[in-house]
Design a protein around this ligand. Structure first.
Ligand code: CAA
Length: 283
């Protein structure tokens, strides 16, 4: 089927980036959230990030204006009913995601494809709770979405070839590159990235280095664009911990044990940039 309209659930850091790239690629976007404040914040961020692209001459002012004009927002989830493609980018909690799909599905067209931007939860399990497991896929964008080239496409056990090929075409239309991953805990990117971040937190916890020396070592010694602790703050320490727990539980190997310091920061509410405190202080 041809995808023209996209319904995005969740206007947080992933949802607003996803809305940005789809609108810029010419899709009609409807962005839903339970908070008007989040929707307003998302629209002003999209405006700012598009402006950044205009000022760097990546897009024209007219491209920006038409992209902004293609995004609508709603507080009513079921308004997403007529969309050709749904991308769920809500909180990384399985019960929340399941409830969203359950509420949505009576309002959807039979041909609508359902996807989740989950970074680690089983696609097969999420799909099995919907009325269309063959039209369900993992559609995992990287942060910041307008900048990062990769999108992971994850097939559940029941996903059909037409759904997979349709989404491959969508990724191409966004000017991004798809990596196909099997449905195992945390897929490819986070299976590799999160243990590296967790190890950096252990390196801090054990006093091998401090925040500055750990980040500088990986930036200058391994050419990473951000140090692992800075990156953890950027992703959100709660998300990092949730992914480590999925790896630990799903693969039953102590090598994925979340560092106690990471757990402690999350318990303190020091979640990184979004709470203005993490391994760095942003206040
Ligand atoms: N929207 C649009 N453009 C943006 C942007 C945004 N939100 N953020 C940055 N940019 C653009 C800038 O305009 C700039 O564009 P040009 O190259 O055309 O000049 C470019 O990105 C670089 O930005 P800056 O110069 O401001 O800053 P920088 O050079 O320090 O790069 C960064 C910033 C792109 C975030 C870089 O530090 C980086 O790549 N960091 C690593 C990010 C990463 O690893 N992401 C993956 C996280 S894992 C994940 O997302 C999966 C998960 O499930 C947790």
């Amino acid at each position: 089927m041809t995808i023209k309209s996209v319904g995005i659930v969740g206007a947080g850091q992933m949802g607003n980036g996803i809305a940005h790239v789809f609108a810029l690629a010419g899709y009609d976007v409807l962005l839903a959230d339970i908070s008007q404040e989040s929707l307003d914040k998302a629209m002003s961020l999209i405006d700012r990030n598009l402006e950044r692209q205009v000022s760097r001459e990546k897009i024209s002012a007219a491209d920006k204006a038409s992209a902004m004009g293609r995004i609508r927002t709603t507080l009513t989830l079921t308004d997403l009913g007529p969309s050709d493609l749904i991308i769920e980018a809500a909180t990384e909690r399985e019960t929340v995601k399941q409830a969203i799909f359950e509420d949505l599905q009576p309002h959807l067209k039979p041909e609508t494809i359902l996807t989740s931007n989950t970074s680690s939860i089983s696609i097969t399990r999420l799909a099995s709770r919907t009325d269309r497991p063959e039209k369900f896929m993992g559609f995992h964008f990287m942060n910041p979405v307008p900048v990062m080239q990769l999108v992971e496409l994850i097939r559940g056990i029941a996903t059909d070839e037409t759904t997979y090929k349709t989404l491959l075409g969508v990724v191409e239309s966004l000017g991004k590159t798809a990596a196909s991953a099997e449905d195992f805990p945390a897929f490819i990117v986070n299976r590799i990235l999160m243990p590296m971040i967790n190890e950096a937190v252990y390196t801090l916890y054990e006093g091998v280095g401090n925040v500055k020396s750990i980040d500088e070592s990986m930036k200058l010694g391994a050419n990473h664009p951000m140090g692992p602790l800075e990156l953890a703050d950027f992703i959100g320490l709660d998300t990092c911990l949730a992914i480590m727990n999925v790896l630990h539980d799903g693969l039953a190997d102590t090598k994925y044990r979340p560092c106690p310091l990471l757990t402690k920061y999350v318990e303190a509410g020091w979640l990184g940039r979004k709470t203005k405190r993490g391994f760095y202080d942003y206040r």
